[in-house]
Design a protein around this ligand. Sequence first.
Ligand SMILES: NC(=O)c1ccc[n+]([C@@H]2O[C@H](COP(=O)([O-])OP(=O)(O)OC[C@H]3O[C@@H](n4cnc5c(N)ncnc54)[C@H](O)[C@@H]3O)[C@@H](O)[C@H]2O)c1
Ligand SMILES: [Zn+2]
Length: 369
Amino acid sequence: MKKVTVELHTPYTCLIECGSLAHAGSLARKYVAEDGMAVVITSATVRKHWGAAVEASLRQAGLQYHVLEMRDGERYKTLATVEDLAERMLALGGDRTTTVIALGGGVVGDVAGFVAAVYMRGIDVLQLPTTLVAMIDSAIGGKTGVNLKNGKNLVGAFHQPRAVLIDPLALNTLPEREYRSGLSEAIKYGIIRSRELYAMLERRRHDVRRRDPQCLEAMIAECVRMKAEVVAADERESDLRRILNFGHTFGHALESATEYRRFLHGEAVAWGMIAACRLAVRLHRIGGEEARGISENILELTQPLPSIAVEAEQVFQHMASDKKARAGVLHFVLPREIGQVEMVRGVPENTVRETWQEIIQYSREHGTA
Ligand SMILES: NC(=O)c1ccc[n+]([C@@H]2O[C@H](COP(=O)([O-])OP(=O)(O)OC[C@H]3O[C@@H](n4cnc5c(N)ncnc54)[C@H](O)[C@@H]3O)[C@@H](O)[C@H]2O)c1
Ligand SMILES: [Zn+2]
């Protein structure tokens, strides 16, 4: 069992332990008010795999609980879903003492977290993440919210969970492509902040890819520690938290240029990190050899990746219109060496264009049709 504390004004614990979903009840017992109830918010898919274990443990712990299912997928991450869940919670008698238990991936976690943030002006939430992305990223840090028609995560709130319970074995049922996509965020932490994690992902790549439980526990704990550190140092978005955007400026442009259809988020981020490496070489911030090594490791861990099937100019335009490209000045999080990144502002547009051309070519050689 591993434990990471997120050191905010109200600190909370992230527990990482194989098999822990079956003991979720005893954890929840500590946080649910004496005669309060718990409302598990989950999706049909996650419930099918893990609902029985979690519900059995809640019963065993003598907790009064209800399960609310929400539709699965990014397109249901909406205010309508939040309203529907809140109405159903009220119908069940939910009040200020109710605790939300978010059981699922990032979509469920963001929506359930937001419901908890706004229901009766805020009630407690426990996060039980079941995807790799949720375990190492979205469940920690308190960002919750939903999408609007014209953009992702545009309505939301900061609402920290009371605790996060991570069971790496939950990943056993996760589709392969979702899992690999999540690995992209794991290696991101290594590149931006931890040589040890990076080395572990390189050395134990085979075990990581086959989801060896001990290996997963160690990897997830290290990623959680990294996210917790960044969040604690800087709860509201600013420079430190921005290093988590490594690979994301390129990645988001790829996702939106392909209308969120061709790439899973982590896949786009994998190309994005490789692009950031190339850009850093062009700007003489890192040696070509080291950058090549990093790119190869990203590929080995996350491939097969769909190749980039759009023109450089097209992705460039999406990047330039990104809200983060303030006032036409492009800035990037770029690697200096393994374990260290820096913020580079005012990168000339043409250098970025050339990087795109290079990466698109590279993706045609190393990606899938
Ligand atoms: N709040 C944050 O800080 C933050 C950070 C990163 C991402 N996000 C958000 O997270 C979302 C993406 O999350 P995600 O990648 O977890 O995707 P997701 O929640 O859509 O889950 C991916 C798929 O896996 C299924 N699934 C989940 N757990 C499973 C399991 N154990 N076994 C089998 N299937 C399972 C889901 O039903 C879904 O079909 C996005 O909306 C993104 O904006 C938020
Ligand atoms: Zn990401």
